[in-house]
Design a protein around this ligand. Sequence first.
Ligand SMILES: N[C@@H](CCC(=O)N[C@@H](CS)C(=O)NCC(=O)O)C(=O)O
Length: 334
Amino acid sequence: MGLLVNGEWQDKWYDTQSHGGEFVRESAKLRDWVTADGGPGPDGQPGVRAEAGRFHLYVSLACPWAHRALIMRKLKGLDTLIGVSHTSPLMLDQGWSYHRDEGASGDAINGVEYHHQLYTLTDPRYTGRVTVPALWDKQQGRILNNESAELVRMFDSAFDGLTGNRLEFYPEDLREAIDAVNADVYDNVNNGVYKTGFATEQSVYEKHYEALFACLDRLEARLAEQRYLAGAWLTEADIRLFTTLIRFDAVYFGHFKCNRRRIEDYPQLANYLRELYQWPGIAETVDFDHIKRHYYYSHDTINPTRIVPRGPQLDLERPHDRGRLEGHGIRERD
Ligand SMILES: N[C@@H](CCC(=O)N[C@@H](CS)C(=O)NCC(=O)O)C(=O)O
């Protein structure tokens, strides 16, 4: 576990000390976009054109951020256009690796052993954290973008002309609702579990624990009234919540001490989680072996014995009750 400083790998755990015991997530730094015609991204970011076979997605199957991109790749029918490599679940002194004997796919594109080498291929003097997911541009030989929220948006629309897929996860008229719930879920749930679990001061841990469960209570109340987070349509907001909920009972409840309640104990969230898990294409993106081995083995500051728990036994295939609420599925573009 570590980071690059001027292209040199340094083996360091997160610095919570200089933030009063807080884990502070660094913003992603590689932010170019893929667009249908190669024009700029939505905020004027440099753009490159969507082409079949040009891009490769590097992920960890354990990582909730990478998982968003993997689900979008699947639901948007991008499997044959964008290849994927996955890391070993074990993130050790050299960070993420492609060691096959630990369960990685290997790296068929660049043949690197460590994920940080993709960052120094991108910029030999790269400084920053070395994270998954990362979208590689084979034509330019560099990582184009390493921010999952942006990969979700690109995958939603940039390749539609090539795939003919018209599913829409960020429809114009729902953007306000999606942005609002995303902000709450990001801060208190997606990143909230990390802020709770990585805290190194009791009061900081308790503050984030309270914020996390207050948000889960808000979501539980919302999902009693509507089928999905933005209403009757399934949107990117649901994908973004799903990847944290699916890891919750298996990892965050114990390992990150997020243990007021399990997701299984929330009637709405538990049924909602099962509906999403059972959505065609989603279950095959979930790998509990990678998920559990990653967290319990890699974070030895939290779990020094590196024992990976056997449980819990989860039955995500059993029926859900969400059909009682009005739902239209995923919107299609005209
Ligand atoms: N903002 C990034 C965050 C990605 C991220 O933090 N990924 C984790 C894995 S779950 C990682 O690679 N961490 C390595 C590190 O922080 O050194 C995104 O959403 O894409």
